[in-house]
Design a protein. Structure first.
Length: 255
């Protein structure tokens, strides 16, 4: 979840997925993606909390935690051109236009994150990320994901863009604005995205968000058998399934 401070509070970068996607087509989401095999074996210069710290935060192993952080940095760069790395452990790159070719090679899987950073003599800045949440795709879904959510602030001098084949449109919105569009039926938010926006809406600045220490427990939505109309059960599900057009498609898919 890429953040910046706006005139009325923190804003988050959102993408509307293209309708040709096999999963969550046309849905509004945060930038993200999967862990590559090369993420798990990346031998890179690293600044900030080490993999053991991330493992404790996400209740996983150190190698898996390292892969998750590497994937988060790589996918953020691939999907919106924001690079959480710098020439030293205390600096971060400014304009990322100079790394356009490397970004394209990463997206095509012609280059690993480790090789890209080494070739550009860059240090991964794990300290620019914070752990936030863990959601697991319901068992009723044909595609299953164990998703870790991070927050990161847009580095000074960098610009998030929509130069990815996966996004039909991109926008910076306050969490409150994003939720208002969902209630009005203008955007579709899946429960994990809705839940993170709902949580972020309680903070007045990116500094407050980064200072927060959320309790990260895996959330696996389920379909309760004792209800006549199927719907997902997860924290605050009743609010999510309030009467609005954005949830109708999901409700119908669960019947």
């Amino acid at each position: 979840m890429l953040l910046r401070d706006g005139r009325t509070g923190p804003e988050v970068f959102l993408q509307r997925r293209v309708k040709a996607m096999a999963f969550a087509a046309g849905v509004t989401v945060f930038p993200g993606g999967g862990v590559d095999a090369s993420d798990a074996t990346a031998d890179i210069a690293w600044a900030g909390p080490d993999p053991d710290w991330w493992a404790r935060a996400f209740d996983t192993t150190a190698p898996r935690a390292k892969a998750l952080v590497c994937a988060a940095v790589r996918e953020t760069f691939e999907e919106c051109g924001v690079l959480l790395a710098g020439p030293t452990a205390c600096t971060v790159v400014g304009d990322t236009a100079a790394y356009r070719d490397g970004r394209a090679a990463l997206e095509k899987r012609e280059l690993s994150l480790a090789d890209f950073l080494a070739g550009e003599k860059l240090v991964l800045r794990a300290d620019l990320l914070r752990p936030w949440a863990n959601w697991i795709t319901p068992v009723i879904e044909p595609r299953r994901y164990d998703t870790r959510f991070f927050v990161a602030a847009l580095p000074e001098g960098q610009r998030a863009d929509g130069a990815t084949s996966e996004a039909a449109a991109v926008h910076w919105r306050t969490p409150a604005d994003a939720l208002a569009r969902w209630r009005a039926g203008e955007d579709i938010l899946m429960p994990p995205t809705w839940a993170q926006l709902d949580a972020l809406s309680r903070y007045g600045s990116t500094e407050e968000i980064f200072a927060a220490e959320p309790v990260i427990e895996p959330i696996l939505p389920t379909v309760p058998a004792h209800h006549t109309e199927a719907f997902l059960a997860f924290p605050d599900a009743a609010r999510y399934f309030a009467d609005n057009p954005s949830t109708a498609k999901l409700r119908d898919s669960l019947r």
